[in-house]
Design a protein around this ligand. Structure first.
Ligand code: FMN
Ligand code: SF4
Length: 747
């Protein structure tokens, strides 16, 4: 019988796919934010406010020894300057020599390290720099990756990944992770204690344990992964408790210890029956229940933890710990509240005799949502991850009621989470300075000579270019042939699940409205003659792209529409019941979600490649595919459209058993440059099928529009001429914003 807590968890997880309440906007109804800006005592330290920075991996923000670089110091200091009371680092492994995935060959490291003196000066400088702005600093110590570490240790270094028990590696399940010995685990405990003692000596105000999301700490602390039958660590509570006891022993009774835990992996709540039938999941069937987590939390407090933050999920349902744009705001507030209420009911106090505060995390970048959560007693502290990547000044702007000035995070995770998985460091799609605070000044330098600048196209590239140019003192005319600014942001913000993008667009619109020296010419087609007539010093051409019309018989029929047009005007499909979407990239899948959830259509998505949305951030991809499946949207991969006729689409499908199951969201699609020696090749078994299609929606990609740039170039008349955004090369909001900003800084 599921307990009340399990029932509540199942309802919560189901709601993430079905939610339909009006999404929050950047309002300031609860200003002044008295709760957000009240102090919080955590053991011996007093946080000045209740806004903490959530840990965001500082991968590749360190030098090769693992020492925090100028980049990492400038990046985190910027968030302290922006007003957060608590800054935390991203994960810092303490299992060197035990978990082979935390180090590269030749002891190189892309993770920060604290286990070698070579890195210490970096940590001291970082802590001092954060303190200078009145913020405290916790380091997130991680026992390691375990089964979610890079499988490349096998081909490159002939080592197996490790775990609590024999568990498949997450990325390449054919590679096993071997169980660590009790001796090896005790070594991690001892190294964590040393790291904490070092952290304290290096002026770091507290340590924060990385106990969520199915990393090695959780692999030991969750029966889903810990199926040991021998030794002290067969008790799933033993390793986390030993870790906390050792850290307490090696630091001091008054040194703050924070612990990040998921209330549940929520695998059963996510996958239901599949937990019994799918090979990649059934091994993890005995996940820790909510009541077991609560029991562990109580024991961790007794061992010395002062502060918790709580989320849900793991790599195998990655959209939970990394909630994408499609998840509701404040998605884990109820989770925090369950823990907070339980601690209070049980009258559990910290070893300093204080109530144990509980932090909430997850899409809390809306000041009214965050303040309300504190006022309603759902949590004691609010952690902001991506909202502080998008706008480090979030706390200061919120404190002074300048909420409309906050740059909203758009939730696509392309420049943050995905960037880490493909080898980069943290950046942000809507903040071109994020991750470059060491080299880009806070304010772009005033222009030596004020110029007249024409920006052609008011999509994300053009808007950021125009807004940055006027900040530098240039005079800008912004040409937009449509009657509204935003370019692809306009259709891209229509679906309910894209409310973050709608907020970003509203923010840009407000900036354009108030910008000095910026003239907006809507509904004006720019021609090179305009350029010559008005004598611009610089021209930035970014008119965007046009949708591709595929060479398919019937693509020109009246019931065939472009996805962009459907998003802008869904009434086009009012008479259609069955809709076939051609193209299973993000646009096709978001359009499918929009039509299925918001317009009640029966939708089929056709994709030629083996994977739908293969290049999207895996967390976002997982959630969208999962939600599509739940709504009965049919997903056909390895399928080619042969022809379109009134009422039907003819497709050729590869029905071989070797075709990947398009519904798999519990395993990732590997980046193309990472070889998978165990990957099975796909054989062909083609069948022709006729699908009912009252309407067909095309989402097969975009083509750059270089014509305006080429025409301007042929005139040889603008001293500076640039082609950026989709007009140059089809990209994401990330590339468009960055190009707009960088070009504007160069004018
Ligand atoms: C790029 C990126 C890196 C992250 N790295 C870490 C990490 O190192 N440790 C950790 O516990 N959580 C990490 N997280 C999870 C965040 O701390 C946070 O829980 C999540 O982003 C949800 O909060 P938000 O909506 O405020 O961003 C990371 C998230 C992102 C987007
Ligand atoms: S990259 Fe996207 S998801 Fe990540 S912080 Fe920036 S806006 Fe948010």
């Amino acid at each position: 019988m599921p307990t009340d807590h399990e029932k509540r968890l199942a309802e919560l997880v189901a709601r993430f796919d079905e939610w339909s309440e009006p999404p929050p906007r950047m309002t300031h109804e609860l200003f002044p934010y008295e709760q957000l800006f009240s102090p919080l005592q955590v053991n011996s330290i007093r946080l000045k406010n209740r806004i903490g920075m959530a840990p965001l991996g500082n991968i590749s923000m360190v030098d090769a020894s693992g020492r925090p670089s100028e980049k990492m110091i400038a990046y985190l200091t910027e968030r302290a300057r922006g007003g957060a009371g608590l800054i935390t680092s991203g994960l810092v492994p303490v299992s060197q020599g035990v978990d082979p995935t935390v180090l590269e060959a030749k002891h190189l490291s892309y993770f920060p390290r604290i286990d070698t003196r070579a890195t210490w000066a970096g940590w001291r400088t970082l802590a001092e720099s954060i303190h200078a702005f009145g913020a405290h600093f916790f380091i997130q110590l991680s026992p390691g990756m375990g089964r979610v570490g890079s499988p490349e240790v096998l081909p490159k270094r002939h080592r197996l990944p490790v775990s609590a028990s024999w568990n498949p590696n997450f990325y390449v399940p054919g590679i096993p992770s071997r169980p660590l010995s009790g001796h090896a685990l005790r070594r991690i405990v001892s190294q964590a204690g040393q790291a904490a003692a070092d952290a304290r000596a290096l002026l770091i105000d507290g340590v924060y344990l990385h106990g969520h999301e199915g990393y090695l700490l959780e692999q030991l602390a969750n029966p889903a992964f810990n199926r040991r039958s021998l030794g002290e660590f067969r008790d799933w509570q033993r390793f986390p408790i030993a870790l906390v006891e050792e850290i307490r022993r090696r630091t001091a009774p008054d040194y703050p210890i924070m612990y990040r835990i998921d209330l549940s992996l929520a695998l059963h709540a996510t996958y239901g029956e599949r937990m019994r039938t799918v090979k990649g999941l059934k091994k993890f069937g005995s996940e820790r229940s909510v009541d077991m987590t609560l029991e562990l939390i109580g024991n961790l407090v007794r061992a010395g933890v002062d502060l918790f933050d709580v989320d849900l999920g793991c790599y195998d349902n990655w959209w939970l710990p990394h909630p994408p744009g499609s998840m509701p705001a404040g998605c884990f507030l109820d989770v925090a509240q369950i823990v907070r209420d339980w601690l209070s009911e049980q009258r559990i106090l910290s070893n300093r005799g204080l109530p144990v505060p509980v932090a909430a995390v997850g899409k809390l970048g809306y000041p009214d949502v965050a303040e309300r959560a504190l006022r309603e007693g759902k949590c004691d502290l609010v952690l902001l991850g991506r909202p502080l990547l998008a706008d480090p000044e979030w706390p200061n702007k919120t404190m002074t009621g300048r909420v409309s000035e906050i740059v909203p995070c758009i939730g696509a995770q392309e420049a943050c989470l995905k960037e880490l998985t493909v080898g980069g460091h943290l950046q942000c799609a809507v903040n071109p300075r994020t991750g470059f605070e060491d080299v880009l000044a806070r304010e772009p330098a005033p222009a030596a000579v004020a110029k007249r600048v024409a920006v052609v196209g008011a999509g994300p590239a053009g808007l950021n270019c125009a807004l940055t140019s006027v900040r530098r003192g240039h005079e800008v005319v912004l040409f937009e042939r449509r009657d509204r600014i935003g370019g692809m942001l306009v259709p891209g913000s229509r679906p309910h699940i894209k409310f973050d993008v709608a907020n970003y667009l509203a923010h840009l619109e407000a900036l354009v409205k108030d910008a000095p020296r910026l003239t907006l010419r809507l509904g004006v087609a720019f021609t090179p003659e305009v350029l010559e007539r008005e004598g611009f010093d610089a021209v930035v051409v970014c008119p965007g792209a046009r949708p591709i019309v595929p060479q398919i018989d019937g693509a020109g029929l009246l019931h065939v529409h472009q996805a962009i047009d459907v998003l802008l005007d869904p009434a086009r499909l009012s008479a259609a019941d069955h809709v076939v979407i051609v193209g299973g990239g993000p646009v096709g899948c978001e359009c499918a979600h929009y039509l299925a959830y918001e317009h009640g259509k029966q939708v089929t998505v056709i994709e030629m490649l083996p994977h739908l949305m293969r290049d999207a951030c895996q967390a976002n991809r997982g959630h969208l595919l999962h939600a599509l499946e739940r709504r009965g949207v049919k997903l056909f991969n390895c399928t080619r459209v042969e022809s379109i006729a009134p009422g039907e689409v003819v497709v050729v499908r590869n029905v071989s058993r070797t075709v990947p199951d398009p519904h798999v969201t519990w395993a990732p699609v590997l980046p193309e440059n990472i070889p998978n020696p165990l990957a099975k090749s796909i054989r062909e078994q083609l069948v022709r099928e006729r699908l009912r299609a009252d309407a067909v929606v095309l989402a097969v990609g975009l083509l750059p529009q270089p014509e305006i740039f080429d025409a301007c170039q042929r005139r040889f008349s603008a001293k500076q001429l640039f082609s950026i955004g989709d007009a140059f090369q089809i990209g994401r909001i990330f590339e468009a914003v960055k190009a707009g900003y960088r070009v504007a800084c160069a004018l």
